[in-house]
Design a protein around this ligand. Structure first.
Ligand code: SAM
Length: 298
């Protein structure tokens, strides 16, 4: 290669590496941003995931014309609200899908759901309150509607059912309300569910509006004790694949809030890789068909 060619190659190489690198974060900047995020949301980012801030925030820093993370932290401290919400959007992991973890859901439908429905029927109170905490784009609470329809069939018309679904991410709440999903959302979903409840539209699959109106979506920060107290008392709380992002102190705080929210005899369900071991002694762990749930005693 001639000298001009080599120069062209080296310019190209240095450009692509600088693009790839984005804004670097120092150890102190990482701690400052990590602590700020923890303080506001309870989300704790481990040192090992320092790269996550660089990859997720560099673009935003560029948009704001900032060249260092310390300037960004200063900006966050004076900004009231809007930028904080952007941080929440950037820092949350919203991975989800319809019918995620079928083993746990089948066990829930065949055991806990039936138990609670029978108890309510015996008491003459055809009411059921469910809270999906950390619902992301809605696949989890909508899956719960599918399970209820499957279980109650025509009887559902006589029940007063309330499903409250909350998330820190306003973008996810908007997506959940819109009810339009891409192929990805169905990766754990039997085909008949899609056929029964969705119709193809431009950009994906639209959920039947009759199902959509059964879920009440709200942006809510689980770190906000007052907002959490306003959630209606529940028979069932789903909080799956959310507390993995919290440290033990925040896990204890939210699990206690779920305990306080649950009606006696109610159940808390967490993700299959999560456990309340060393977090709470208040619940009784109940094992059904290989799936654990946590019961608040009657
Ligand atoms: C991995 S998703 C889990 C979604 C769904 N529960 C599931 O299992 O498929 C975790 C969700 O928790 C939400 N989250 C994280 N911290 C939160 C907080 N402090 N308050 C409310 N939601 C939070 C995130 O925005 C994200 O959508």
């Amino acid at each position: 290669m001639d000298r001009a060619g080599k120069r062209r190659m080296s310019t190209l190489f240095s450009k692509s590496t600088s693009l790839r690198k984005g804004v670097k974060i120092t150890d102190q900047e990482f701690v400052d941003l990590r602590d700020f995020i923890y303080d506001k949301s309870g989300i704790y980012v481990d040192e090992k995931r320092k790269y996550l801030f660089e990859s997720r925030f560099s673009r935003r820093l560029g948009q704001l014309g900032l060249t260092s993370f310390s300037d960004y932290v200063k900006y966050l401290k004076v900004d009231r609200g809007q930028e904080l919400q952007r941080v929440f959007e950037l820092v949350t992991t919203n991975e989800t899908s319809f019918c995620r973890d079928t083993k746990q859901l089948d066990s829930f439908r065949d055991n806990l759901l039936r138990e609670i429905l029978d108890r309510q029927r015996k008491a003459g109170r055809l009411e059921l309150n469910i809270w999906s905490a950390g619902c992301s784009s809605g696949e989890e609470p909508y899956t719960l509607v599918f399970l209820l329809l499957e279980t109650l069939k025509a009887e559902i018309a006589r029940w007063k059912i309330s499903i409250t679904a909350v998330d820190l991410s306003e973008e996810m709440i908007d997506k959940a309300r819109a009810g339009i999903y891409s192929e990805y959302a169905f990766k754990t979903t039997p085909d008949e569910i899609r056929k029964r409840y969705f119709k193809p539209v431009e950009g994906g699959w639209e959920l039947d509006p009759r199902i959509r109106k059964l879920v009440n979506f709200q942006p809510l920060n689980l770190n906000d004790a007052l907002a959490v107290k306003r959630v209606p008392r529940s028979h069932i709380v789903f909080c799956r694949n959310v507390i993995i992002y919290f440290d033990d102190a925040m896990k204890r705080k939210v699990v206690q809030a779920f305990y306080d929210n649950l009606l006696p005899g109610g159940y808390l369900l967490v993700g299959h890789s999560e456990s309340l071991h060393k977090i709470s002694q208040s619940f009784r762990p109940v094992l059904n068909a290989g799936a654990i749930a946590y019961k608040k005693e009657e």
